[in-house]
Design a protein around this ligand. Structure first.
Ligand code: NAP
Length: 533
């Protein structure tokens, strides 16, 4: 049963009188359950519990943390029907999408569980001492990555499972040894509570300290603001709009003790199409891109928001086919009236821009929360002049940019803000496809794709889901894949420590049997390496 309460560690709590309901966008009605926003005292209790739990949790072995993550995945599987019911009623998304996202959530948890057993994520390095070195002896130095402390995770609106309660940010933070305070997304508070109950049960079954996870409800931004400012919080994970992410980043840096914010924000994911590719495949590409722009009603951070090519008859044929295809695809329900309204507002803004022309046209009216699929067009010159045309319009639309020549395409790429992805559609030796274009494009993006679509983010260690600002607040990290654990770790060096006081990872005998870099060489060696030092 969904209670509408907050999880303060393992306890359900509802101090506050501020309440709200979630919304079923498919039926266009409110859902029944009343949710209670976290009060100031609940925020304080949850963060203090996380602070206290951290002292214990950081000492829990990687193997036990791995068992905790596996148990969460088991608990999620055991309540999958409940999750599907509430997920669908709070998002308007179909059951198939829920099952896919739940599968991804479970696989993410399991991939971190595997990583923990293997151990290399801690980047252990040992430099043996040189006591006779002149003029100064070299000390014994041993370094490893340590958990940063309690992490505040903002549930994402567009991924109620995979980037919310037990999603990538939570899984990576728990794997790192950091307790999580989850600021539940108000649009899917029920899904958040059901998933939280699975995490709490897993924590109890695997003897994790109380406070290792809390789930706090919010009606508006205030709870998030208080949490970012809370001194027990040591880092933040966020997925959402540039406006929200930037506000949180600014708040965190204004604290008396600033903390890192890993925000993954808006992106328009530019696509460059080259002439030979177009000539050969304009029709197939148009069909492929109509699907990519409209999948999930365009509510993906990797949605292809701008498509760039050279003025040519084949580009015109591509555009015509794209417009025809996208108009024929039936619209699908957006996540929430607010997202639907903000999509329409974004479209209205570009419609008012006299340099932009809409190519799609519709005679019939659509139902609430079912968006129009829109293709618009602008010249490269006007695109470069107007930074507003680079703002993400979250939904099923794309802007076509026509360039006159290679020089102009370079100028367009140079004018781009940071992006999560950039895509090149070309044949191997396509006209105008130069190393200079690739190098310039690569500077702007976190992932560069050759002949594909940007939608669909593989969860694996080679994935970068991040990019130069404003795609993310720190382009050195990824939000997807096992390397996302690095966001919640900080390096600590131990100098001249006695063996008995070192963490196991740094001891000579390598009791955890993990890979370490000793004097510059990767090895699993233990005592034998140190015999002559
Ligand atoms: P959002 O406005 O960025 O909000 C995300 C979360 O951040 C919410 O939980 C919100 O809290 C919180 N928040 C927002 N502004 C804040 C502030 N100034 N201070 C503290 N917390 C703040 O995104 P959303 O409401 O989930 O979705 C709306 C828009 O975000 C979409 O239309 C789309 O443009 C964009 N979006 C982009 C992506 C992407 O991956 N690029 C993903 C999802 C959404 P409350 O909910 O409690 O108010």
């Amino acid at each position: 049963m969904i209670t509408g309460k907050n999880y303060i560690g393992a306890d359900l709590s509802s101090d506050s009188t501020v309440s709200f309901k979630t919304f079923n966008p498919l039926l266009n009605i409110e859902n029944k359950t009343t949710f209670f926003e976290a009060s100031d005292s609940e925020i304080q209790k949850a963060t203090k519990l996380a602070h206290d739990a951290f002292r214990v949790f950081k000492l829990v072995s990687a193997k036990q943390r791995s068992e905790f993550l596996i148990q969460i995945s088991e608990e999620l599987k055991s309540i999958s029907d409940d999750i599907i019911n509430i997920y669908c009623s709070e998002t308007g998304l179909p059951e198939g999408r829920c099952k896919g996202e739940l599968g991804r959530t479970i696989n993410q948890l399991l991939s971190f569980a595997t990583l923990l057993k293997e151990g290399s994520y801690q980047e252990v390095s040992i430099d043996t001492p040189l006591p006779e070195r002149k003029p100064m002896p070299k000390p014994d130095l041993r370094k490893m990555l340590m958990p940063i402390g309690p992490v505040l995770v903002f549930g994402a609106s567009n991924f109620p499972l995979a980037y919310s309660t037990a999603g990538g940010d939570t899984a990576s933070a728990l794997a790192a040894g950091c307790p999580v305070i989850l600021k539940s997304h108000p649009m899917h508070a029920g899904t958040g509570e059901v998933v939280s109950s699975a995490i709490i049960r897993a924590a109890k079954k695997t003897n994790m300290p109380n406070g290792v996870f809390s789930n706090l409800n919010s009606k508006g931004i205030e709870v998030g603001v208080k949490l970012v400012n809370n001194s027990y919080v040591k880092a933040v994970g966020f997925t959402g709009s540039l406006k929200g992410g930037r506000a949180i980043y600014d708040l965190a840096s204004q604290r008396s003790h600033p903390i890192p914010v890993f925000a993954e924000m808006g992106s328009v994911n530019p696509v460059l199409i080259f002439p030979k590719k177009l000539q050969k495949e304009y029709s197939e590409l148009a069909i492929q891109y109509a699907k990519s722009i409209t999948v999930g009603s365009g509510q993906f951070c990797t949605n292809p928001g701008i498509i760039i090519s050279f003025k040519s008859d084949y580009f015109d044929l591509f555009i015509n086919k794209l417009v025809q295809e996208i108009q024929e695809i039936s619209p699908s329900c957006m996540l929430h009236p607010n997202i639907y309204n903000s999509y329409n507002l974004g479209l209205q803004k570009i419609k008012k821009n006299k340099n932009v022309s809409e190519l799609t046209s519709y005679s019939d009216k659509y139902e609430n929360n079912f968006p129009r699929h829109v293709i618009s067009r602008v010249s490269a010159e006007k695109f470069i002049e107007d930074k507003c045309l680079q703002h993400e319009i979250f939904g099923p639309c794309s802007l076509i940019i026509t360039c006159q020549d290679e020089e102009e395409i370079l100028k367009v790429i140079e004018s781009l803000d940071g992006q999560l992805t950039g895509t090149i559609l070309a044949q191997d030796h396509d006209t105008f496809l130069s190393q200079q274009i690739i190098d310039t494009f690569e500077l702007k993006v976190g992932r560069i794709i050759f002949n594909g679509v940007p939608t669909g983010v593989e969860v694996c260690s080679s994935m970068t889901h991040g990019g130069p600002y404003p795609a993310s607040t720190d382009s050195r990290f990824t939000a997807v894949g096992i390397n996302s654990i690095k966001r919640w770790l900080r390096p600590v060096s131990y100098q001249d420590f006695p063996q008995s006081l070192l963490p196991d990872e740094l001891k000579n005998d390598n009791p955890l049997n993990i890979n370490r870099i000793i004097d510059g060489v990767v090895t699993r060696e233990g005592d034998s390496h140190f015999e002559n030092t």
